[in-house]
Ligand binder design. Structure first.
Ligand code: GLU
Length: 308
């Protein structure tokens, strides 16, 4: 089969989604996210030959938010392995990312590592493992997978999350009461907020997902993780990666992907391409309106003859 014309696909999609501005709203519970210009969209695809196809506002930096949870999970699997599943499950929660209900029902055990509660446990695990080097190690991981040595934390976002992250403190305290958080709550939350506050652009994000489509090897040939871990992370993204809309997302898009409240979504089609989209306006479930549509179009039109 001929290779799809990805260049044509992304520029077609760029035009198609332009009418969707104003349908969604930006996340406002983290005040710093409100000041981002709403009318922005970027889409980047990296194919299996390492060609990069990119359109829109792809050089504008944004905070990674929950997409970070893919990479922190990968680090925890690399360093600690399957033991992490003693502290969280691998099931979609059927609730919003910041709901306390399931956590209470499950006695302080998060339903999956892509919920805030699950990612806070991962932050605790990585803090335990790396100690005071945890943030440096994380930045170094992201610099390797993106190939961008300048990846760093946006301090304004970090502080904005810290002063308004009351629910995240509630999750951590609640889990600590069951012994599912080991370290000091403030230290764990500082690590968690730092993970979410990493600043990058859409091209960085598509590159970062490359190892997940490429059996664990990044664009520059570094082994990031095993093929086995990639399979598992991709499965978790497919079942738990796009909030309480994951069933519809799987039905309409059909890719393993992780979204975040900054309007970013990263994903891949294993063996074929990694892809990222970014546009700040979100639907009611927390997924980027333009980004979601762009991915749905990508997997729908890619083999159609009008693109060849
Ligand atoms: N930093 C955000 C929070 O903790 C991440 C939420 C998200 O992107 O889903 O609420």
């Amino acid at each position: 089969m001929d290779k799809p014309d990805y260049a044509k696909a992304v520029s077609f999609i760029y035009n198609e989604v332009q009418d969707l501005y104003g349908v969604g709203v930006k996340a406002s519970y983290i005040p710093a996210l409100k000041s981002v210009d709403s009318k922005q969209f970027a889409m980047t695809l990296v194919d299996d030959q390492k060609n990069i196809y990119s359109v829109g506002d792809d050089k504008v930096n944004f905070s990674i938010q929950s997409v970070t949870k893919v990479f922190t999970l990968c680090m925890a699997l690399n360093e600690v392995g399957e033991e992490i599943w003693g502290r969280m499950d691998r099931e979609p929660s059927g609730k919003s990312f910041d709901s306390l209900i399931r956590l209470e029902e499950h006695h302080g055990v998060p339903s999956n590592p892509f919920l805030n509660s699950g990612a806070i446990v991962i932050a605790d695990i990585l803090l335990e493992f790396y100690g005071k080097h945890v943030i440096d190690r994380y930045l170094s991981f992201l610099r390797t997978v993106t190939g961008n040595k300048k990846i760093s934390i946006d301090k304004t976002i970090f502080l904005s999350e810290k002063v308004t992250g009351h629910k995240n403190y509630a999750f951590a305290r609640y889990m600590k009461s069951f012994g599912n958080i080991i370290n000091d709550i403030d230290d764990v939350l500082d690590v968690y907020f730092s993970f979410c506050s990493v600043s990058l652009n859409n091209i960085d994000l598509a590159k970062a997902f490359y190892f997940l489509m490429n059996k664990g090897e990044s664009l520059d040939g570094t082994r990031i993780t095993s093929h086995r871990h990639c399979k598992r992370i991709n499965s978790l993204m497919f079942t738990c990666g796009t909030y309480d809309e994951v069933g519809d997302f799987a039905y309409l898009v059909g890719l393993p992907a992780k979204s975040g409240v900054s309007g970013a979504i990263g994903g891949c089609l294993p063996g074929h391409y990694s892809v990222s989209v970014w546009s700040p306006e979100l639907n009611i479930k927390g997924n980027s309106v333009l980004g979601y549509k762009a991915l749905e179009l990508l997997t729908t039109i890619i083999d159609k003859s009008y693109l060849s």
